[in-house]
Design a protein around this ligand. Structure first.
Ligand code: F0G
Length: 376
């Protein structure tokens, strides 16, 4: 279905903010009622206390404030609305956690059953807890996300009643492309770079599609460069890029603290590779140490709590700035894909001062001895 030409920025700006503000550019049948929880319209926050950014102007698109705590809600509102409009009664999804909890919430809202397939022991606690609370049927499979996805593809071939909600379903990406629309609206111009963590490689493809559409309709006159960031232990695209290969280097046993992007065989790799090539961008990978240190930096200098996969954006940016690839004076948007609360275990890894008092007197003695905190 070819989308019809969009209205002008002025007309758009009069509508309420969020994914459905851009309905002319979404592939939804006329008259379909959106299954929505108020997704999108996330803050774009200027980062100004991280001096390691060396004069690069950086904005964070904080997708963690979406209804279930990640950017997945943008895609899910569109995909579940479409699933409903064709009469689907049950949805299924393989996930490292965020897609699962988002699918569960939107399926509930649409009155549908939901089955999620996740890698056993490798999904962050907050995501598992959400899925339990929303009442999803949870299937845990040994191994990585890639095995879970194989299981879902096979199950949907066998049982046509199960509507698949993974990002090989193009409607998810249609919703996620609204990140690009909001970046341009909020910034008022096209940034030089957009930095995105990459797992199954859907989101970076979706964001590129969004920019391309705005360009096609004459709403912007240039395009950003894209940087796709992977974790070193799960870096099929970054490894391929480094070696100049035109297909991913499969990681049979991906491993990283950023469990959301612990993926060895990204299904959307052709689209993502094309997006990064067309944008004159780059794929790189960052270590778990760099990811956790970026996570603390964002929390402790800027007050933004993200899960490790999202911190990969900042870790990647710091590397690109350090290498001189991104230069002083350029404007960069980093996409912070998921909320810090998703992964309490990762947050607990940060160093801290915790003092234990046996009673109120002791507590007050300790506190008064602490004095004013030093500037850091
Ligand atoms: N960041 C977070 C927080 C994610 O949950 C994901 C993907 C990504 C980044 C990468 O996005 O896959 O489009 O390249 N999570 C999926 C899931 C795989 O199942 O929740 P991608």
């Amino acid at each position: 279905m070819e989308p019809i030409a969009p209205p002008s920025w002025e007309q758009w700006s009069k509508r309420s903010p969020g994914v459905w503000r851009y309905r002319e550019l979404l592939p939804v049948p006329r008259g379909a009622v959106p299954i929505s929880l108020g997704e999108g319209a996330t803050p774009l926050t200027r980062l100004n206390r991280i001096e390691e950014l060396r004069g690069v102007s950086v904005f964070a698109k904080n997708e963690g404030v979406n209804p279930t705590g990640s950017f997945k809600d943008r895609g899910m509102t569109v995909a579940v609305t479409l699933a409903r409009s064709i009469g689907a009664r049950a949805v299924i999804v393989a996930s490292t956690g965020n897609t699962a909890s988002s699918a569960a919430a939107y399926a509930v809202r649409a009155g549908m059953k939901v089955v999620i397939v996740v890698p056993r022991g490798k999904i962050a606690l907050g995501k598992l807890a959400q899925s339990i609370l929303y009442g999803a049927v949870i299937v845990e499979v040994e191994g990585s996300f890639d095995k879970a996805l194989e299981a879902v593809m096979e199950a949907t071939r066998r049982n046509r009643q199960l509507y698949p909600l993974n990002s090989f379903n193009p409607w998810r990406l249609e919703g996620q492309k609204t990140i690009a629309f909001e970046i341009v609206e909020q910034l008022g111009f096209v940034p030089d770079w957009v930095v995105v963590p990459v797992g199954n490689a859907g989101n970076i493809s979706a964001i590129w599609k969004g920019f391309r559409e705005l360009h096609r309709y004459g709403l912007i006159d240039r395009l950003p460069r894209l940087a796709g960031i992977q974790a070193s232990g799960a870096a099929p695209l970054a490894s391929a890029w480094r070696k100049g290969l035109r297909e991913p280097v499969v990681f049979e046993h991906p491993e990283t603290v950023a469990t959301a992007i612990r993926i060895g065989k990204p299904i959307n790799w052709p689209k993502a590779l094309r997006a990064v090539e067309e944008s004159n961008g780059v794929f790189i990978d960052v270590s778990d140490e760099e990811i956790l240190s970026a996570q603390r930096l964002l929390a402790r200098r800027e007050g933004i709590a993200v899960e490790p996969a999202s911190a990969a954006s900042l870790a990647g940016l710091l590397r690109l700035v350090g290498d001189g690839f991104i230069e002083r004076g350029e404007t960069v948007v980093i996409v912070l894909t998921g909320h810090g609360l998703k992964d309490p275990d990762a947050m607990m890894k940060a160093d801290t001062i915790r003092l234990i008092a046996r009673n109120p007197e002791e507590a007050s003695r300790i506190v008064s001895r602490l004095g004013a905190p030093s500037e850091s």
